[in-house]
Write a protein that binds this ligand. Structure first.
Ligand code: FSX
Ligand code: SF4
Ligand code: F3S
Length: 413
């Protein structure tokens, strides 16, 4: 037997064991009653004109997105049907609420959005009608009644300066820190949704007066980070489904981001990558290159430094994503992107790639790739410059906005 066929045999065996584990898990969840009575998933999809065939197609796509083989698709579909068996508590801290708004404010909901309606939200500050004392009581009841059995989802950064009093919520004046710690203590698993809950977000930008932090820095329990400002609904729903399927958290990178969704750079998956490699760059927003769909690196795209799957999952019902819409990636799923990716419309070029993330230094992978890429990009851009001058790409482009220039000749090689 060759080494390769031995390897194949082992991975087949691993997948068989994984499938058996998922089946056992789903059978156990299937014996539970829905947390609240309501329509089945099929009924609720039918109400929105989504038929079984669409659902099967979705489950095949989601299975592939989760890096599972196609034979897991029926299990993914079953996991989606059982999403209403586990209660969910969803908290808001310091943020713009854009994460949840991006899921719920849609006139043409995708299947992921509809699944979001289907989960058993026992407490959700944006969606609930209650306020004041009633809201606080609802949260206390949810944490007590489902202690040890709920999934906790947190949006927003948590201010920690002055004992956390910058974020004081409700009639009992609990701080965000207290609420998160209490809720995490009784949770089965905890998810930080958005870059604010993952890394502190916009309120943690320099000089971070409230000392806002990501959830993982204030609680002891493990946290799965689903960053992005906002993150894609697919990345969020896929991570929940992974938990339903296997009863465990997915493999993560150093920043606790699931590898299945944050394992590759935006640059690796970008439809304009051929333009980058060919040295075809937009020089200014609105120029000829912009109309032709050239690479946005020189107008600030941070795709080479950013790990996310935006070009695959897209936004707005899967219609587009930043680069497709004509703006560079601003690195919104990276720690401290407000600081380390700024200025957002200028290239990083020869600036050192260092994340200031809590003094921990850069992610090993991102750093290696980033630094390697910096060198490559510096050399590459130099080569591109020569190549593109020949093509006329850099020849006195117009400056419609009169803004800052990001011309190739300034670049170091
Ligand atoms: Fe932050 Fe989300 Fe950006 Fe906004 O809740 S990740 S500011 S989209 O809303 O937390
Ligand atoms: Fe795409 Fe940006 Fe990379 Fe250019 S630099 S290929 S626009 S991700
Ligand atoms: Fe954010 Fe960049 Fe994707 S800005 S949405 S990570 S393309």
């Amino acid at each position: 037997m060759t080494a390769n066929s031995q390897q194949d045999g082992k991975s087949r065996q691993r997948l068989t064991l994984l499938a058996a584990r998922a089946r056992r898990r789903l059978a156990e969840l299937g014996r539970r009653q829905p947390v609240r009575p309501g329509p089945t998933l099929n009924e609720s999809l039918a109400q929105h004109g989504i038929n079984r065939r669409d659902f099967i197609k979705w489950s095949v796509a989601m299975t592939a997105a989760l890096s599972l083989p196609a034979k897991f698709a029926p299990l993914t579909a079953k996991a989606a049907e059982l999403l209403n068996r586990i209660p969910v508590v969803w908290l808001h801290m310091a943020e713009c609420t854009g994460c949840v708004e991006s899921f719920i404010r849609t006139d043409a909901p995708t299947l992921d959005t509809l699944l979001f309606n289907y989960i058993s939200l026992e407490y959700h500050e944006t969606l609930m009608a209650a306020s004041g004392w009633q809201a606080e009581e609802n949260l206390e009841n949810a944490l007590k009644n489902h202690h040890g059995n709920y999934l906790l989802i947190v949006e927003g950064g948590i201010p920690t300066a002055a004992g956390g009093t910058f974020l004081t919520i409700g009639p009992h004046a609990h701080t965000g820190i207290e609420i998160c710690r209490k809720a995490a203590a009784g949770a089965l698993a905890t998810f930080a949704i958005g870059s604010c809950a993952s890394f502190g977000g916009v309120q943690a930008a320099y000089p971070n007066p409230t000392q806002a932090k990501g959830l993982s820095e204030i609680i002891r329990q493990p946290v799965i980070n689903i960053p992005g400002c906002p993150p894609s609904e697919k990345n969020m729903m896929g991570s929940l489904l992974h938990y339903i399927l296997f009863g465990s958290l997915p493999a993560v990178d150093r920043y606790n981001r699931p590898r299945w969704s944050y394992g590759l750079r935006v640059h690796d998956l970008c439809e304009r990558r051929g333009r980058f490699d060919a040295g075809e760059f937009v020089q200014r927003f609105g120029d000829e290159g912009a109309k032709l769909g050239y690479c946005l690196y020189k107008v600030g795209c941070k795709g080479p430094y950013t790990f996310n799957n935006c070009s695959r999952q897209k936004f707005n019902q899967g219609t587009s994503w930043p680069v497709q819409a004509g703006h560079g990636c601003i690195g919104c799923s990276e720690p401290d992107f407000w600081d380390v990716m700024a200025p957002l419309v200028e290239p990083r070029k020869d600036r050192l790639f260092r994340t200031a993330f809590r003094g921990r230094g850069a992610d090993a992978t991102a750093d290696k790739v980033g630094l390697g890429l910096l060198t490559a990009a510096a050399v590459g851009i130099g080569a591109h410059a020569v190549y593109s001058v020949v093509r006329g790409n850099f020849s006195n482009p117009p400056d419609p906005g009169g803004g800052k220039k990001a011309d190739a000749p300034k670049e170091k090689t």
